[in-house]
Design a protein around this ligand. Structure first.
Ligand code: SF4
Length: 438
Protein backbone atom coordinates (compact mmCIF):
# COMPACT_ATOMS: atom_id res chain seq x y z
CA UNK A 1 0.00 0.00 0.00
CA UNK A 2 1.06 3.62 0.04
CA UNK A 3 1.71 3.78 3.82
CA UNK A 4 5.33 4.81 3.44
CA UNK A 5 4.83 7.47 0.75
CA UNK A 6 5.76 10.85 2.11
CA UNK A 7 4.24 13.98 0.66
CA UNK A 8 3.48 17.57 1.47
CA UNK A 9 0.15 19.34 1.09
CA UNK A 10 0.28 23.13 1.01
CA UNK A 11 -2.41 25.80 1.27
CA UNK A 12 -4.59 23.51 3.35
CA UNK A 13 -7.68 25.08 4.93
CA UNK A 14 -8.10 24.46 8.66
CA UNK A 15 -11.65 24.29 10.02
CA UNK A 16 -10.77 24.09 13.70
CA UNK A 17 -12.06 27.62 14.24
CA UNK A 18 -13.95 30.28 12.31
CA UNK A 19 -10.73 31.84 10.95
CA UNK A 20 -10.51 28.95 8.43
CA UNK A 21 -6.84 29.76 7.75
CA UNK A 22 -6.07 28.37 4.29
CA UNK A 23 -2.29 28.54 4.44
CA UNK A 24 -1.42 25.39 6.38
CA UNK A 25 1.24 22.92 5.29
CA UNK A 26 0.69 19.29 6.23
CA UNK A 27 3.22 16.48 5.93
CA UNK A 28 1.81 13.03 5.22
CA UNK A 29 3.19 9.56 5.45
CA UNK A 30 0.69 7.52 3.47
CA UNK A 31 -2.72 8.59 4.79
CA UNK A 32 -1.37 9.72 8.18
CA UNK A 33 -0.47 13.29 9.06
CA UNK A 34 3.01 13.62 10.52
CA UNK A 35 3.46 17.37 10.76
CA UNK A 36 1.30 20.50 10.84
CA UNK A 37 2.47 24.05 10.32
CA UNK A 38 2.51 26.89 11.07
CA UNK A 39 2.14 26.69 14.83
CA UNK A 40 -1.37 26.99 16.19
CA UNK A 41 -2.46 25.10 19.30
CA UNK A 42 -6.02 24.61 18.05
CA UNK A 43 -4.91 23.41 14.62
CA UNK A 44 -2.41 21.01 16.22
CA UNK A 45 -5.19 19.53 18.38
CA UNK A 46 -7.60 19.39 15.41
CA UNK A 47 -5.20 17.42 13.21
CA UNK A 48 -3.75 15.28 16.04
CA UNK A 49 -6.23 12.35 15.62
CA UNK A 50 -5.21 12.04 11.96
CA UNK A 51 -1.72 10.99 13.00
CA UNK A 52 -3.10 7.51 13.74
CA UNK A 53 -5.21 5.08 11.69
CA UNK A 54 -8.92 5.62 12.21
CA UNK A 55 -11.49 2.92 12.73
CA UNK A 56 -15.07 3.13 11.51
CA UNK A 57 -16.73 2.69 14.91
CA UNK A 58 -20.34 2.51 13.71
CA UNK A 59 -22.55 1.34 16.57
CA UNK A 60 -26.12 0.31 17.25
CA UNK A 61 -27.24 0.25 20.90
CA UNK A 62 -23.59 0.64 21.92
CA UNK A 63 -22.49 -2.45 20.00
CA UNK A 64 -20.22 -2.40 16.92
CA UNK A 65 -22.27 -2.58 13.75
CA UNK A 66 -21.87 -2.49 9.99
CA UNK A 67 -22.72 0.77 8.26
CA UNK A 68 -25.68 -0.84 6.54
CA UNK A 69 -27.18 -1.98 9.84
CA UNK A 70 -26.61 1.42 11.47
CA UNK A 71 -28.30 3.25 8.60
CA UNK A 72 -31.23 0.82 8.63
CA UNK A 73 -31.70 1.39 12.36
CA UNK A 74 -31.44 5.17 11.96
CA UNK A 75 -34.04 5.08 9.17
CA UNK A 76 -36.40 3.08 11.37
CA UNK A 77 -36.09 5.58 14.22
CA UNK A 78 -36.76 8.51 11.92
CA UNK A 79 -39.67 6.73 10.21
CA UNK A 80 -41.41 6.26 13.56
CA UNK A 81 -40.78 9.77 14.79
CA UNK A 82 -43.56 12.35 14.89
CA UNK A 83 -41.38 15.27 15.96
CA UNK A 84 -37.78 14.76 14.84
CA UNK A 85 -34.99 17.22 15.47
CA UNK A 86 -31.90 17.59 13.27
CA UNK A 87 -29.17 19.53 15.02
CA UNK A 88 -25.49 20.50 14.79
CA UNK A 89 -23.94 21.06 11.34
CA UNK A 90 -21.16 23.46 12.33
CA UNK A 91 -18.46 20.79 11.81
CA UNK A 92 -20.01 19.65 8.55
CA UNK A 93 -19.66 21.32 5.16
CA UNK A 94 -21.94 22.61 2.43
CA UNK A 95 -22.73 19.16 0.92
CA UNK A 96 -23.69 17.69 4.31
CA UNK A 97 -25.61 20.80 5.38
CA UNK A 98 -27.57 20.78 2.12
CA UNK A 99 -28.42 17.09 2.55
CA UNK A 100 -29.52 17.72 6.15
CA UNK A 101 -31.98 20.41 5.06
CA UNK A 102 -33.34 18.14 2.33
CA UNK A 103 -33.89 15.34 4.85
CA UNK A 104 -35.50 17.75 7.34
CA UNK A 105 -37.88 18.90 4.64
CA UNK A 106 -38.75 15.34 3.70
CA UNK A 107 -39.51 14.14 7.22
CA UNK A 108 -40.99 17.39 8.55
CA UNK A 109 -38.26 17.91 11.13
CA UNK A 110 -37.08 20.93 13.05
CA UNK A 111 -33.55 21.80 11.95
CA UNK A 112 -31.26 23.89 14.10
CA UNK A 113 -27.55 24.64 14.21
CA UNK A 114 -25.06 25.35 16.97
CA UNK A 115 -25.61 29.06 16.26
CA UNK A 116 -28.65 28.82 18.52
CA UNK A 117 -26.40 28.32 21.57
CA UNK A 118 -23.66 30.70 20.31
CA UNK A 119 -24.25 33.68 18.04
CA UNK A 120 -27.98 33.13 17.54
CA UNK A 121 -28.75 36.37 19.43
CA UNK A 122 -26.30 38.20 17.14
CA UNK A 123 -28.13 36.86 14.09
CA UNK A 124 -31.41 38.13 15.56
CA UNK A 125 -29.77 41.52 16.17
CA UNK A 126 -28.57 41.68 12.56
CA UNK A 127 -32.09 40.86 11.41
CA UNK A 128 -33.40 43.69 13.63
CA UNK A 129 -31.01 46.52 12.74
CA UNK A 130 -28.72 45.41 9.90
CA UNK A 131 -24.95 45.28 9.95
CA UNK A 132 -22.14 47.47 8.64
CA UNK A 133 -19.60 44.87 7.75
CA UNK A 134 -16.73 43.81 5.51
CA UNK A 135 -14.50 40.89 4.71
CA UNK A 136 -11.51 40.04 6.88
CA UNK A 137 -9.38 40.93 3.85
CA UNK A 138 -10.63 44.52 3.90
CA UNK A 139 -10.05 44.73 7.65
CA UNK A 140 -6.54 43.37 7.20
CA UNK A 141 -5.77 46.04 4.62
CA UNK A 142 -7.42 49.05 6.24
CA UNK A 143 -8.40 48.83 9.92
CA UNK A 144 -6.26 51.10 12.11
CA UNK A 145 -8.51 50.74 15.17
CA UNK A 146 -9.38 47.20 16.25
CA UNK A 147 -11.76 46.45 19.12
CA UNK A 148 -12.40 43.04 20.65
CA UNK A 149 -15.53 43.17 22.76
CA UNK A 150 -16.60 40.22 24.92
CA UNK A 151 -14.12 37.93 23.21
CA UNK A 152 -10.76 36.27 23.74
CA UNK A 153 -9.36 35.50 20.28
CA UNK A 154 -5.82 34.88 21.54
CA UNK A 155 -7.27 31.63 22.92
CA UNK A 156 -10.31 30.97 20.70
CA UNK A 157 -8.80 32.06 17.35
CA UNK A 158 -5.03 31.88 17.89
CA UNK A 159 -3.97 33.22 14.46
CA UNK A 160 -6.56 35.97 14.16
CA UNK A 161 -4.04 38.66 15.14
CA UNK A 162 -1.43 37.33 12.73
CA UNK A 163 -3.64 36.82 9.68
CA UNK A 164 -6.42 39.36 9.86
CA UNK A 165 -6.57 41.96 12.57
CA UNK A 166 -3.35 43.13 14.22
CA UNK A 167 -0.05 42.10 12.63
CA UNK A 168 -0.52 42.15 8.83
CA UNK A 169 1.41 44.73 6.86
CA UNK A 170 -0.48 46.45 4.05
CA UNK A 171 -0.16 49.46 1.79
CA UNK A 172 -2.21 51.55 4.22
CA UNK A 173 -0.67 50.04 7.37
CA UNK A 174 2.99 49.53 6.38
CA UNK A 175 4.20 49.02 9.96
CA UNK A 176 1.62 46.36 10.80
CA UNK A 177 0.86 46.33 14.50
CA UNK A 178 2.59 49.67 15.06
CA UNK A 179 0.05 51.33 12.74
CA UNK A 180 -2.92 49.90 14.58
CA UNK A 181 -4.45 50.49 17.97
CA UNK A 182 -6.01 47.48 19.65
CA UNK A 183 -8.57 47.88 22.42
CA UNK A 184 -10.11 45.04 24.41
CA UNK A 185 -13.41 45.59 26.21
CA UNK A 186 -14.37 42.90 28.66
CA UNK A 187 -15.57 42.29 32.20
CA UNK A 188 -12.25 40.73 33.15
CA UNK A 189 -8.67 40.91 31.86
CA UNK A 190 -8.16 37.92 29.58
CA UNK A 191 -5.22 36.80 27.41
CA UNK A 192 -6.28 39.13 24.59
CA UNK A 193 -6.35 42.10 26.98
CA UNK A 194 -2.73 41.37 27.88
CA UNK A 195 -1.77 41.45 24.19
CA UNK A 196 -3.69 44.66 23.39
CA UNK A 197 -2.64 48.32 23.55
CA UNK A 198 -5.54 49.27 25.79
CA UNK A 199 -7.95 47.44 28.07
CA UNK A 200 -11.32 48.81 29.09
CA UNK A 201 -12.85 47.03 32.04
CA UNK A 202 -16.60 46.98 31.44
CA UNK A 203 -18.57 46.39 34.65
CA UNK A 204 -20.17 42.95 34.45
CA UNK A 205 -23.48 43.00 32.59
CA UNK A 206 -23.14 46.73 31.74
CA UNK A 207 -22.12 46.49 28.09
CA UNK A 208 -25.46 47.89 26.93
CA UNK A 209 -25.09 50.88 29.25
CA UNK A 210 -21.60 51.61 27.93
CA UNK A 211 -22.73 51.30 24.31
CA UNK A 212 -25.60 53.76 24.85
CA UNK A 213 -23.16 56.27 26.38
CA UNK A 214 -20.84 55.87 23.40
CA UNK A 215 -23.78 56.38 21.04
CA UNK A 216 -24.75 59.57 22.85
CA UNK A 217 -21.19 60.90 22.56
CA UNK A 218 -20.98 59.87 18.90
CA UNK A 219 -24.06 61.98 18.18
CA UNK A 220 -22.95 64.86 20.40
CA UNK A 221 -19.38 64.89 21.81
CA UNK A 222 -20.55 67.41 24.44
CA UNK A 223 -23.40 65.21 25.68
CA UNK A 224 -23.62 64.72 29.42
CA UNK A 225 -22.89 61.13 30.42
CA UNK A 226 -22.56 59.41 33.78
CA UNK A 227 -19.76 57.18 35.00
CA UNK A 228 -20.26 53.44 34.78
CA UNK A 229 -18.89 51.59 37.81
CA UNK A 230 -15.12 52.14 37.78
CA UNK A 231 -15.30 53.65 34.29
CA UNK A 232 -15.01 57.40 34.67
CA UNK A 233 -16.67 59.96 32.43
CA UNK A 234 -13.21 60.91 31.11
CA UNK A 235 -12.47 57.30 30.19
CA UNK A 236 -15.79 56.97 28.36
CA UNK A 237 -15.21 60.27 26.53
CA UNK A 238 -11.71 59.19 25.57
CA UNK A 239 -13.04 55.91 24.16
CA UNK A 240 -15.79 57.68 22.20
CA UNK A 241 -13.17 60.06 20.78
CA UNK A 242 -10.96 57.14 19.73
CA UNK A 243 -13.86 55.46 17.93
CA UNK A 244 -14.81 58.60 16.01
CA UNK A 245 -11.28 59.68 15.10
CA UNK A 246 -9.90 56.49 13.53
CA UNK A 247 -9.66 56.16 9.76
CA UNK A 248 -11.20 52.68 9.70
CA UNK A 249 -12.45 50.91 12.79
CA UNK A 250 -13.66 47.39 13.40
CA UNK A 251 -15.28 45.80 16.40
CA UNK A 252 -15.03 42.03 16.66
CA UNK A 253 -17.56 40.84 19.19
CA UNK A 254 -17.90 37.47 20.84
CA UNK A 255 -20.11 35.38 23.04
CA UNK A 256 -19.46 37.69 25.99
CA UNK A 257 -21.98 39.99 24.30
CA UNK A 258 -24.12 37.52 22.34
CA UNK A 259 -24.70 35.20 25.29
CA UNK A 260 -25.16 37.96 27.86
CA UNK A 261 -28.60 38.67 29.30
CA UNK A 262 -30.82 39.90 26.43
CA UNK A 263 -27.80 39.42 24.18
CA UNK A 264 -29.76 40.23 21.01
CA UNK A 265 -30.56 43.70 22.35
CA UNK A 266 -26.97 44.30 23.46
CA UNK A 267 -25.62 43.29 20.05
CA UNK A 268 -28.32 45.34 18.29
CA UNK A 269 -27.21 48.40 20.25
CA UNK A 270 -23.58 47.73 19.30
CA UNK A 271 -24.57 47.46 15.63
CA UNK A 272 -26.44 50.77 15.95
CA UNK A 273 -23.31 52.36 17.44
CA UNK A 274 -21.30 51.09 14.48
CA UNK A 275 -23.91 52.49 12.07
CA UNK A 276 -23.79 55.84 13.92
CA UNK A 277 -19.99 55.91 13.71
CA UNK A 278 -20.24 55.71 9.92
CA UNK A 279 -21.47 59.30 9.98
CA UNK A 280 -18.02 60.25 11.36
CA UNK A 281 -15.65 57.65 9.88
CA UNK A 282 -15.69 54.13 8.41
CA UNK A 283 -16.54 51.46 10.97
CA UNK A 284 -17.57 47.81 10.69
CA UNK A 285 -18.62 45.00 13.01
CA UNK A 286 -17.84 41.30 12.79
CA UNK A 287 -18.85 38.30 14.86
CA UNK A 288 -16.06 36.04 16.07
CA UNK A 289 -17.55 32.69 15.08
CA UNK A 290 -16.21 29.70 16.98
CA UNK A 291 -16.61 26.40 15.04
CA UNK A 292 -15.12 26.07 11.56
CA UNK A 293 -18.26 26.08 9.43
CA UNK A 294 -21.05 27.45 11.57
CA UNK A 295 -21.24 30.38 9.16
CA UNK A 296 -21.74 27.82 6.38
CA UNK A 297 -24.60 26.22 8.30
CA UNK A 298 -26.30 29.65 8.58
CA UNK A 299 -25.75 30.29 4.88
CA UNK A 300 -27.06 26.93 3.70
CA UNK A 301 -30.14 27.11 5.92
CA UNK A 302 -30.81 30.67 4.70
CA UNK A 303 -30.32 29.62 1.12
CA UNK A 304 -32.61 26.59 1.38
CA UNK A 305 -35.27 27.64 3.91
CA UNK A 306 -34.98 31.43 4.07
CA UNK A 307 -33.90 31.37 7.74
CA UNK A 308 -30.52 30.81 9.39
CA UNK A 309 -31.32 28.53 12.35
CA UNK A 310 -34.24 27.24 14.48
CA UNK A 311 -36.39 26.32 11.47
CA UNK A 312 -39.40 24.03 11.71
CA UNK A 313 -40.46 22.23 8.54
CA UNK A 314 -43.31 20.23 10.07
CA UNK A 315 -45.97 22.04 8.04
CA UNK A 316 -44.25 21.72 4.69
CA UNK A 317 -43.23 25.35 4.83
CA UNK A 318 -40.40 26.80 6.93
CA UNK A 319 -41.30 28.46 10.20
CA UNK A 320 -38.60 30.40 12.03
CA UNK A 321 -38.80 31.20 15.69
CA UNK A 322 -35.68 31.18 17.91
CA UNK A 323 -36.68 29.94 21.33
CA UNK A 324 -39.72 28.02 20.12
CA UNK A 325 -37.75 26.06 17.51
CA UNK A 326 -34.29 26.21 19.09
CA UNK A 327 -32.96 22.74 19.84
CA UNK A 328 -32.19 23.43 23.49
CA UNK A 329 -35.69 24.75 24.19
CA UNK A 330 -37.39 21.93 22.28
CA UNK A 331 -35.42 19.39 24.30
CA UNK A 332 -36.01 21.13 27.63
CA UNK A 333 -39.75 21.16 26.99
CA UNK A 334 -39.79 17.55 25.75
CA UNK A 335 -41.22 18.56 22.36
CA UNK A 336 -39.12 16.27 20.16
CA UNK A 337 -39.18 12.49 20.10
CA UNK A 338 -35.86 11.76 18.39
CA UNK A 339 -32.71 13.64 17.49
CA UNK A 340 -30.34 13.29 14.56
CA UNK A 341 -27.19 15.01 15.73
CA UNK A 342 -24.64 15.97 13.07
CA UNK A 343 -21.56 16.67 15.18
CA UNK A 344 -22.28 15.88 18.81
CA UNK A 345 -19.26 17.77 20.23
CA UNK A 346 -21.63 20.72 20.61
CA UNK A 347 -23.73 18.81 23.16
CA UNK A 348 -21.59 20.35 25.88
CA UNK A 349 -23.24 23.69 25.15
CA UNK A 350 -26.72 22.41 26.03
CA UNK A 351 -28.22 22.95 29.44
CA UNK A 352 -28.17 19.94 31.81
CA UNK A 353 -31.96 19.74 31.43
CA UNK A 354 -31.71 19.51 27.64
CA UNK A 355 -28.99 16.85 27.88
CA UNK A 356 -31.09 14.85 30.36
CA UNK A 357 -34.05 14.95 28.02
CA UNK A 358 -31.85 13.95 25.10
CA UNK A 359 -30.84 10.83 27.01
CA UNK A 360 -34.50 9.75 27.16
CA UNK A 361 -35.19 9.84 23.39
CA UNK A 362 -33.52 7.96 20.52
CA UNK A 363 -30.33 9.76 19.50
CA UNK A 364 -28.66 9.16 16.15
CA UNK A 365 -25.20 10.70 15.96
CA UNK A 366 -23.19 11.35 12.81
CA UNK A 367 -19.75 12.05 14.18
CA UNK A 368 -16.17 12.36 13.09
CA UNK A 369 -14.02 9.37 14.17
CA UNK A 370 -12.42 11.09 17.14
CA UNK A 371 -15.62 12.55 18.60
CA UNK A 372 -17.22 10.83 21.58
CA UNK A 373 -20.76 11.91 22.43
CA UNK A 374 -21.40 12.69 26.10
CA UNK A 375 -24.92 11.33 25.67
CA UNK A 376 -25.04 7.68 24.54
CA UNK A 377 -26.41 7.41 21.02
CA UNK A 378 -28.76 4.63 20.01
CA UNK A 379 -27.09 4.74 16.60
CA UNK A 380 -23.65 6.14 15.94
CA UNK A 381 -22.39 6.50 12.40
CA UNK A 382 -18.79 7.58 11.93
CA UNK A 383 -18.33 9.92 8.99
CA UNK A 384 -15.44 11.14 6.89
CA UNK A 385 -13.94 14.51 7.78
CA UNK A 386 -14.38 17.40 5.37
CA UNK A 387 -11.10 19.06 4.52
CA UNK A 388 -9.15 15.87 5.33
CA UNK A 389 -11.01 12.90 3.81
CA UNK A 390 -13.56 14.72 1.65
CA UNK A 391 -13.75 17.93 -0.34
CA UNK A 392 -16.37 20.53 0.48
CA UNK A 393 -16.80 24.20 1.27
CA UNK A 394 -16.38 26.02 4.57
CA UNK A 395 -17.58 29.57 5.19
CA UNK A 396 -15.08 31.67 7.11
CA UNK A 397 -16.42 33.87 9.94
CA UNK A 398 -16.87 36.70 7.40
CA UNK A 399 -19.04 34.45 5.21
CA UNK A 400 -16.34 34.06 2.56
CA UNK A 401 -16.63 30.49 1.19
CA UNK A 402 -13.36 28.58 0.99
CA UNK A 403 -12.78 25.24 -0.73
CA UNK A 404 -11.82 22.22 1.37
CA UNK A 405 -9.74 19.53 -0.32
CA UNK A 406 -9.69 15.79 0.22
CA UNK A 407 -6.13 15.19 1.39
CA UNK A 408 -6.11 11.46 2.04
CA UNK A 409 -8.13 8.34 1.48
CA UNK A 410 -10.80 7.09 3.87
CA UNK A 411 -13.42 4.40 3.47
CA UNK A 412 -15.76 6.26 5.84
CA UNK A 413 -18.92 7.67 4.26
CA UNK A 414 -19.45 11.43 4.25
CA UNK A 415 -22.41 12.75 6.23
CA UNK A 416 -23.85 13.81 2.86
CA UNK A 417 -23.84 10.17 1.71
CA UNK A 418 -25.43 8.95 4.95
CA UNK A 419 -28.11 11.66 4.89
CA UNK A 420 -28.93 11.04 1.23
CA UNK A 421 -29.17 7.30 1.90
CA UNK A 422 -31.55 8.00 4.79
CA UNK A 423 -33.58 10.27 2.54
CA UNK A 424 -33.81 7.53 -0.06
CA UNK A 425 -34.83 4.93 2.51
CA UNK A 426 -37.44 7.17 4.07
CA UNK A 427 -39.11 8.09 0.80
CA UNK A 428 -42.80 7.28 1.25
CA UNK A 429 -42.46 6.28 4.90
CA UNK A 430 -43.48 9.50 6.61
CA UNK A 431 -45.71 8.27 9.45
CA UNK A 432 -48.34 11.00 9.32
CA UNK A 433 -49.13 13.95 7.07
CA UNK A 434 -46.54 16.65 7.68
CA UNK A 435 -49.33 19.20 8.06
CA UNK A 436 -50.21 17.61 11.41
CA UNK A 437 -46.69 17.75 12.72
CA UNK A 438 -45.49 20.37 15.05
S1 SF4 B 1 -6.49 30.14 13.92
FE1 SF4 B 1 -8.14 28.65 13.71
S2 SF4 B 1 -8.35 28.20 11.52
FE2 SF4 B 1 -6.35 29.25 11.85
S3 SF4 B 1 -4.89 27.57 12.03
FE3 SF4 B 1 -5.54 28.11 14.12
S4 SF4 B 1 -7.29 26.78 14.55
FE4 SF4 B 1 -6.94 26.70 12.35
Amino acid sequence: MNAAVQRTETDVACTACGCVCDDLTLQFEGDLITQVGPDCPLAAAWFEPFRRPMTAGHKVQGQPAELEEAIAQAAEILAQSHAPLIYGLSRSSSPGQRAAVALAEQIGATIDTTASVCHGPSIMAIQMVGESTSTLGEIRERADLVLFWGANPVVSHPRHFERYSVDPVSELLPRGRADRHVIVLNDHANETALAAHQFVLVPEGQDYELITRLRALTHNPQAEVHPLGELTVDAIRKLAGQLASCRYGVVFFGLGLAQSRLGHLVVAELLRLVADLNARTRFVARRLRIPGDVAGADSILCWQTGFPFAVNLGRRHPRYNPGEFSAEGLLERGEVDCCLMIGSESLNDFSPQARQQLATIPLISLDYPHVRSIVPAQVRITTAVYGVHRSGTAYRMDEVPLPLRALCHSSLPSDETVLQTLQHRLAGTVPQPPILRR
